[in-house]
Design a protein around this ligand. Structure first.
Ligand code: AMP
Ligand code: ZN
Length: 468
């Protein structure tokens, strides 16, 4: 049983997929006009945890995430520049080149962080222009649209529940909007479905439509792509909390007006990442990317562990010190995972392991409680320290345990390799030296192994090695 906090109902709900055997899950993806920053990656890691939790809990899952390569304006609303055109100007390239380059970078980031979305489930906005036009046509036929100078708009007064997701106080918004940029709009909350290319400007990305040459709005993109790939009603729709008042509110209004069906059963929202307690921004120079993390010598998995330390509904605060702490914690976990190559693994009681992995999955099934799942995992420390040679479990029980844990959390624990044959011999020789009370030899071997990046620890069940 999986419980998730639904922003719409404001309570935790048990997930009951519409199609009993497969969960349909849509998350809002990156706008590919620049390198994703670590705040973006935080959100994507969190959705990957959901995907893994669904699958390890026995649900077949179809996870779709869009790639926004057109139509996302800098304001999130209907004014300002298209982010892709902005990127193109910045780099002296075409919007298409910008989209290609940053999409590729995004794909590499997915690999580096082991985000398991099926790579064929990452549709681009520009590949579904017809679907977006069709959806706008449907809305037009049903009387939800009107056209003004700069585009075709959705009339939010025609959708009764407008603003329900974020409890938006529309009257207040209307009152405060006297200086609204566009006085042709009927309601301050109305939003563009299709924007016309500006007169005398040839955009890199523009298409013909029944209303004129232009490009689709950002909100219609997600509705059209979700419906195209997952159907008219989906089980879970996710995004950052910034999407509650505008983007998701508008997705709901246009989708439900078009289909007369509920658009998504559950709405999940990930809270934001701050850096040193402040908002990420280019001008402050704190808009770090995954490349910055790697340049400072960290593994992307250190960042992933940092991300899992906070619950998705809470704000995460990034500092380089916090990342160092996450790296140390991951090293401890990696040392544990590397026990799978060592004789001690056989003496660890498999029922204890099963207990831990069961608890990890229970924590995740309870609204993706990753900090508590990690806390469960820490219990393994004492288990290992207390192990003696009295208990014997199945040969592969420990390996299966690590596989299960890494399957749920994705910390790259299985990417490590065994030490070499020669190193193993040295480990054995140290064991013998200790048995012979030849402390000098034992110390020499230990120092030699440390030089090679291998530490040794003596436990009740014998020596174990770990990578330092
Ligand atoms: P964008 O590329 O701007 O369309 O954003 C991609 C995703 O990252 C969206 O789901 C945003 O809500 C999310 N996001 C943007 N900034 C942050 C941040 N500082 N912390 C966490 N998530 C963010
Ligand atoms: Zn979206």
């Amino acid at each position: 049983m999986i419980k998730l906090y639904n922003t719409m109902s404001k309570q935790k709900e048990t997930l009951k997929p519409i199609k009993a055997d497969v969960v349909s899950f849509y998350s809002c993806g990156p706008t590919v006009y620049d390198y994703p920053h670590i705040g973006n990656w935080l959100a994507f890691i969190r959705w990957d945890v959901l995907y893994r939790t669904l699958r390890t809990s026995g649900f077949k899952t179809r996870w779709v995430m869009n790639i926004t390569d057109v139509g996302h304006l800098v304001s999130d609303a209907d004014d300002g520049e298209d982010k892709l055109e902005k990127g193109a100007k910045r780099e002296g390239k075409s919007a298409w080149e910008i989209a290609d380059y940053y999409t590729q970078d995004f794909m590499e980031g997915l690999d580096a962080l082991d985000i398991q979305i099926n790579r064929t489930n990452l549709p681009k906005a520009t590949e579904a222009i017809n679907e977006q036009i069709d959806l706008i046509k449907t809305l037009e036929k049903k009387g939800h649209t009107y056209t003004i100078d700069d585009g075709v708009y959705f009339d939010t007064a025609t959708y009764e529940d407008y603003g329900k997701l974020g409890n938006i106080d529309i009257e207040n918004l209307q009152a405060g909007a006297r200086v609204a940029y566009n006085d042709q709009k009927r309601n301050v909350t109305d939003f563009a479905l299709w924007k016309f290319s500006p007169v005398d400007v040839k955009r890199d990305m523009e298409w013909d439509s029944p209303w004129g040459v232009g490009f689709p709005g950002w909100h219609i993109e997600c509705s059209a792509l979700a419906m195209k790939h997952l159907g008219e009603t989906i089980d879970v729709h996710a995004g950052g909390i910034d999407h509650i008042p505008i983007h998701h509110t508008n997705e709901i209004a246009q989708s439900e007006s078009a289909t007369d069906k509920q658009f998504s059963q559950i709405w999940l929202h990930s809270n934001f990442l701050t850096v040193d307690g402040t908002k990420l921004s280019k001008s402050l120079g704190n808009s770090f990317t995954l490349h910055d993390v790697e340049k400072r010598g960290f593994s992307p998995f250190d960042f992933r562990l940092f991300a899992l330390q906070s619950h998705y509904r809470t704000q995460a605060n990034f500092t380089w010190e916090a990342l160092e702490a996450a790296r140390a914690r991951r090293k401890t976990l990696q040392a544990m995972a590397d026990l799978r190559f060592q004789p001690i693994a056989r003496y660890i009681d498999s029922s204890v392991l099963e207990g831990i992995s069961h608890n990890v999955s229970l924590r995740l099934q309870d609204d993706l409680n990753t900090p508590e799942a990690l806390a469960e995992l820490s219990k393994l420390d004492t288990v290992v320290d207390d192990v003696t040679e009295t208990h014997s479990s199945e040969e592969n029980a420990f390996k299966a345990f690590i596989e299960a844990i890494d399957g749920m959390l994705g910390l790259g624990l299985l990417r490590s390799v065994d030490i070499s044959k020669a190193q193993k011999e040295r480990v054995e020789q140290r064991k013998q030296a200790r048995a012979d009370k030849d402390w000098a030899k034992s110390d020499t071997i230990r120092d030699e192994l440390v030089e090679q990046g291998i530490g040794l620890k003596d436990t009740a069940a014998g020596q174990v090695w770990y990578r330092v």
